[in-house]
Design a protein around this ligand. Structure first.
Ligand SMILES: Cc1cc2nc3c(=O)[nH]c(=O)nc-3n(C[C@H](O)[C@H](O)[C@H](O)COP(=O)(O)OP(=O)(O)OC[C@H]3O[C@@H](n4cnc5c(N)ncnc54)[C@H](O)[C@@H]3O)c2cc1C
Length: 482
């Protein structure tokens, strides 16, 4: 990736850097300083440069991309040309209604409206940059590896516009643009550690270079695009204690740079933070376990409680809602055989205790602490439903009975952190707001660093990247025009 994506510090800037170092005051200047080189930061840098600004992009890691690079490459959008080509009728209004309803109007309507209205434009922008996003309709709920459009949430219209190549397919064309623009300089392994404010206005950032030196990077405005905080244990403990309560089983799959730095820096200047108790936290069988299609989820009373293959946020919340937080995936020997799982995987699960095996469902229930009668009756009903071709409980597309011993249980744990939904409050111009509601002059933010946009419940794959790119572009444009 680095070969394609990095344009390191430019010769002119290097000269400035060396001279100022020799003079004892290591200060770099640009019009706009962008903190973080994920989706939001790259979009901000491109847009600011397109508006004529010189940009310095500070990136903490030795490579750019952040969570955006490793994401599924899905961007939620409505009213796009891709939808039109596929004869799908959609509108910004419909997307807005869905998003707001889904979040029970407990997110910022003005920000959601911007995302809905700008979403079709951001797809055009990505296509213009060279992102390969084919106009192909793929099955609901399945992220298309080769790109395409699919139903990526609980909405009724396919809005998940997916890049061929996933996150890398999105990021590489953005990096190519950044790398070829002489107005943008990227400094890798150079985290911003603080903001510089003078007379109440943000005029730059303090950063630590690769060799440990603290430098000042000054300009007209700063865009915070440093991502979420899934890898900051202290913040997770404070704001999302139910996730971190899983101890060593807690796991964040977000980019390693997601340590909440931008949120901290903005807070020090009085920024309000919102939606901190929201997050996209996946519940999975602890595993090893075969594909969920074959599983039946039950609680400690042995009752099913969700369509196991429904939209993931419904499953996640269903798991959280069970008594004592306890639920299990139940499956059988036939499922194991069809899944292609090896005996080695099973033995490992049995050994570490993430998998329990028994010859009968009753024995299995007793072993893990499920009411045996409840489980027996739920399984009887499930198998009868499979035979009749209809899941009377949740309309799950039926796949297999659970009838072939041995039987297995694997506990469902909501421990997989993907997206932080909380962060600094911004307005529709991407300006960071104080607790008083006033903007902090010279300070912008976008992406996972911000909050209040999908804090309550995640609307579906593509929401976070749409948010990051749309507000990244707005932030870059406005910062350039300061
Ligand atoms: C596995 C996975 C799959 C996902 N799939 C999707 C999907 O398909 N669609 C979707 O909408 N969302 C998806 N998400 C969520 C989405 O990827 C992120 O919410 C979004 O990309 C965040 O973009 P961002 O620019 O705000 O942050 P990031 O992309 O994380 O970028 C932040 C950058 O800032 C850098 N940084 C941090 N601190 C500092 C500092 N102090 N100084 C300088 N740099 C700093 C980081 O190193 C990083 O490069 C997924 C997330 C994961 C983890």
């Amino acid at each position: 990736m680095n070969r394609h994506v990095t344009r390191l510090i430019s010769p002119v800037l290097l000269m400035v850097f060396l001279l100022s170092s020799l003079a004892g005051a290591t200060t770099l200047t640009a019009d706009v300083i962008v903190v973080g080189g994920g989706g939001a930061g790259l979009a901000a840098a491109i847009e600011a440069a397109d508006c004529g600004a010189d940009v310095i992009l500070l990136e903490k890691m030795p490579f750019v991309g952040g969570s955006t690079l490793i994401c599924g490459g899905v961007v939620l959008a409505a009213g796009t040309d891709i939808q039109k080509q596929l004869d799908i009728h959609d509108s910004a209004e419909a997307m807005y209604e869905y998003w707001m309803l889904w979040n029970q109007w407990q997110v910022d309507p003005a920000l959601v409206k911007v995302i809905a209205e700008e979403s079709a434009g951001v797809i055009d922008w990505l296509l213009d940059l060279g992102v390969d996003m084919p106009a192909v309709l793929t099955p609901p709920g399945v992220n298309p590896a080769d790109g395409g459009l699919y139903l990526s949430g609980a909405d009724s219209v396919p809005r998940g516009h997916t890049a061929n190549g996933g996150g890398a397919g999105l990021v590489k064309p953005m990096m190519d643009k950044v790398g070829s623009d002489p107005k943008i300089t990227i400094m890798l392994s150079t985290p911003a550690i603080d903001l510089i404010a003078e007379d109440g206005r943000v005029v730059g950032a303090v950063a630590r270079t690769k060799n440990g030196e603290e430098i000042q990077v000054r300009g007209k405005a700063v865009v915070l695009a440093s991502g979420g905080f899934g890898h900051n244990e202290e913040m997770m403990r404070r704001y999302l204690p139910s996730a971190i309560a899983h101890g060593s089983r807690y796991h964040s799959i977000s980019g390693k740079g997601s340590t909440g730095d931008g949120i901290h820096m903005a807070q020090k200047l009085g920024a309000e933070i919102v939606g901190m108790d929201g997050t996209l936290l996946f519940a999975f069988a602890e595993g090893p376990a075969p594909s969920p299609v074959w599983m039946v989820y039950v609680n400690k009373n042995g009752q099913r409680f969700v369509n196991e293959v429904g939209f993931y946020e419904l499953v996640n919340n269903g798991v959280s809602a069970q008594e004592d937080g306890l639920s299990w995936a139940i499956f059988d020997g036939a499922a194991i055989a069809e899944s292609g799982m090896g005996q080695e995987d099973i033995d490992k699960g049995l050994q570490v205790g993430t998998l329990t095996q028994a010859d009968t469902l009753e024995e299995l229930a007793v072993k893990v602490g499920i009411d045996p009668k409840g489980l027996a009756s739920a399984m009887k009903r499930w198998n009868a439903d499979v035979a009749a071709g209809k899941d009377r409980a949740f309309f799950k597309p039926l796949v297999k009975p659970v009838a072939t011993p041995p039987f297995y249980a694997s506990q469902l744990i909501r421990h997989y952190h993907v997206v932080s939904s909380g962060g600094v409050r911004i307005n529709t111009e991407a300006q960071v707001l104080k607790t008083t509601g006033e903007p902090i002059p010279g300070l912008y933010a976008a992406g996972e660093t911000t909050g209040g946009i999908y804090s309550k419940i995640y609307p579906g794959s593509g929401s976070a990247v749409a948010d990051a790119l749309i507000f990244g572009r707005i932030a870059g444009r406005n910062a350039a025009n300061e």
